[in-house]
Design a protein around this ligand. Sequence first.
Ligand code: KIV
Ligand code: ZN
Length: 514
Amino acid sequence: MKKIFIFDTTLRDGEQVPGACLNAREKQEIALQLARLKVDAIEAGFPISSPGDFKAVEAIAEKVKGPAIVALARAVRKDIETAWNAIKKAEKPRIHVFLGTSDIHIQKKFGLDREKALEKGLEALKFAKSLCPDVEYSTEDASRSDPDYLVQVLEQVIAAGATVVNIPDTVGYAVPQQFGQLIAYLRTNVSSIDKVVLSVHCHNDLGLATANSLAAVENGARQIECTMNGLGERAGNASLEEIVMAIKTRKDYFQFFTAVNTREIMKTSKLVSRLMGMPVQANKAIVGSNAFAHSSGIHQDGILKDRATYEAIRPEEVGITEHAMVLTARSGRHALRHKISDMGYDLQEQEFETVYNQFLSVADKKKRVYDEDVAVIVQDVIFAHLDQSIFYTLESYKVTTGNGELPEARVKLRRDDVVLEATTQGDGPIDAIFKAIDKVVGSYHKLEDFQVKAVTETKEAMGIATVRVSREGLRALGRGSSTDILKASAKAYVQAINRLHWLLQRNSEARPVK
Ligand code: KIV
Ligand code: ZN
């Protein structure tokens, strides 16, 4: 059996999703989890895009061991230099240079002809190679490029030292059989192809990203670029969990394996979804909440007789543990500490004490505290200090409402040593709270999205609220959790506003989207 390399681009292509902007600590938390998942490469970001992204990539390069740490760069010296500076301390650094090969990209984006574009790409590749031994070259929009031009480009970039050559279906245009044929054509016609890892990067505009990636593998590709939960530009990228589980479940057919520890899949999916504020659809393959739920009586009967009747994949294989250990108010510090480290978090003593206190107050309200609840508390605490550059903190709120009455909210926010308060009415209690917060803050942002979700399925569940706000083209995400959804929503809204203010302050540094 041959190995398929898994290149995760959740932190780069995935992070291009509108509103999914992660801060450095969040990116690092995801990268550490991706390392536990045992992906082969983590594309940590696009360092030239903003100083914030540069720092996040740099921190990942220093702290995350195991996978190659990859930084993206256009075929431009400054991009490449910046990418290298961000990853040079990594255990296994890789620069990823990309340049279009389709006529539409060459002519419309760059105003060049094929020959000049190839020269530009080669110059960039050679420069990257002079800095870093591992250089990946992507022929952007490859699936809409002339295959013979692709052959010519690949021959030359391999001769110039590329270690990985990537064939992207940038606009999600390919269909499996044809994409497989393109890969087979490149394998046959690029004489030096065996010297490099042949990679693919498929987008999901036609819902074919996973199918196209697997067709490519059957025809000789050995690296798949993908993202957790299929996040990514537009309709997203090939989904890591689908690719990995297809290769594992159908190893009889594919005869390949990956190094991914599939038991970490669910945890990774939840972490990414929570931090990016992107809920996973219930029927999403592998990681959706219904992916292993059997509702038909016939199926349930079959499952009880023998799980294999209606289950191609065992939930345990992807890390579904059925709330393995439930904590209560009496569990104590030791059990909580054990649970937290089992979940892969590494807390400082002070952070642990804060988590413990919050855990006790949740445990007082709920009888049982599940893994998901603990994860929410831990994340609230570890990310809280990031928001210390904050402008406002929620002091208190009070809502009065009743049958036929317009709800009224009184909100107190602290800014430095001053407590500011406002009272307003709204269409519902949450609307009233948000309007009162707006009145205190006095800013003109737009509420783009608001969601509340129960973390677990019990009556006393913790609610997690996600709020997205925008202004002047900048977007910020806030999250808040509590057993009281009004409080969770208020916390999320204040956090989103704080982050938006912070982004506006450094407006000049705001990231250009690729
Ligand atoms: O979709 C694409 O072509 C990309 C490249 C940068 C690999 O994301
Ligand atoms: Zn892409």
